[in-house]
Design a protein around this ligand. Structure first.
Ligand code: PGA
Length: 250
C-alpha cells in the first residue's frame, strides 16, 4: 500500500514570522492526521523557522529547488541539497513548471538535481506536466514520456525507489481549472506504465504519484478516489492553515 503524501508548495510567499504564525494554527488541525505523510515547502529563508515550528510533529519540511551537486563552490545564489538536509529538510521539489518556464530548467537539469538530492538523503518530488497547447494538440502522453525519459529514466533502480513524482498539468496550476479526477487518473496511469516499463512492475506499484494544479478542499476527495493518485502537491490552498488542513483531512 502506498501512503499518500500531501505537500504544500508555498512558492514565493511568506516571511519567517508568517511561517511561525502559520504553523501555530496549522499543527493542531493535523495532529491526528496519520493517514498521509505531510510536507510543507516554503521559500529558502523560511526553512529554519518551519523546521523549528514543525519539530516533534509529523510535518516534514522541504525546499522548492536545489543545486545539482553537493560539493560547496562558487555558485552565487545556489544552495546544495546537503545544505538543505543539514537545515532540517526532508524533501525538495524539482523541475516545477514555473522553474521550467521562467528559469530555464530542462529535463537534463531535473535529472542532475534529482540525483544530487538523493545523494544528500532528501526525497525529491519531481514535477512533470503538459502545457495547455500540448494537451489541446493531443500531445499529453508524448510530453510526459519525454519528461520521464529525459528527467527520470536516467536514475538507477535504487534511486528511482526513493523519488516521488508530481503530475502537474500546467494549465491547471494557479488557474482554478482543476483536472477532472478522470483526466488526472489517465495521466497518472500512463506515468505508472512508463515506470513499469523502465523499472519493473514492483517499483512502479510502489511509486507515489501526486497530482498538482488547483487542488482545493472541495475537489480533493474526488481526486484521491482515483486508484493511481497518491496525494497532492498544493500551491495556493497550502498558504491558509485551514484550507491546507481540510485538504489533508479530506
Ligand atoms: P496551485 O499550484 O495549487 O496554486 O494550482 C500547484 C503547484 O504549482 O504546485
Amino acid at each position: 500500500m502506498r501512503t499518500p503524501l500531501i505537500a504544500g508548495n508555498w512558492k514565493m510567499y511568506k516571511t519567517p514570522a508568517e511561517t511561525k504564525e502559520f504553523f501555530s494554527r496549522f499543527l493542531p488541525l493535523v495532529e491526528k492526521s496519520t493517514h498521509a505523510d505531510i510536507a510543507i515547502c516554503p521559500p529558502f529563508v523560511d526553512i529554519a523557522a518551519a523546521v523549528e515550528a514543525a519539530a516533534g510533529s509529523r510535518v516534514g519540511i522541504g525546499a522548492q529547488n536545489c543545486y545539482w551537486q553537493n560539493k560547496e563552490g562558487a555558485f552565487t545564489g545556489e544552495v546544495t541539497p546537503a545544505m538543505l538536509k543539514a537545515a532540517g529538510c526532508a524533501y525538495v521539489i524539482i523541475g516545477h513548471s514555473e522553474r521550467r518556464q521562467y528559469f530555464g530548467e530542462t529535463d537534463e537539469t531535473v535529472l542532475r538535481r534529482t540525483r544530487a538530492a538523493l545523494e544528500a538523503g532528501l526525497t525529491p518530488i519531481v514535477c512533470v506536466g503538459e502545457l495547455l497547447e500540448e494537451r489541446e494538440a493531443g500531445r499529453t502522453n508524448e510530453v510526459l514520456q519525454r519528461q520521464f525519459e529525459g528527467g527520470i529514466a536516467g536514475l538507477s533502480a535504487e534511486e528511482f525507489a526513493r523519488i516521488v513524482i508530481a503530475y502537474e498539468p500546467v494549465w491547471a496550476i494557479g488557474t482554478g481549472k482543476v483536472a477532472t479526477p478522470e483526466t488526472a487518473e489517465e495521466a497518472h496511469k500512463f506515468l505508472r506504465s512508463l515506470a513499469a516499463a523502465k523499472f519493473g512492475k514492483a517499483a512502479a506499484d510502489a511509486l507515489r504519484i501526486l497530482y498538482g494544479g488547483s487542488v482545493k478542499p472541495d475537489n480533493i476527495r474526488g481526486l484521491m478516489a482515483q486508484p493511481d493518485l497518491d496525494g497532492a502537491l498544493v500551491g495556493g490552498a497550502s498558504l491558509k492553515p485551514e484550507d491546507f488542513a481540510a485538504i489533508i483531512n479530506f
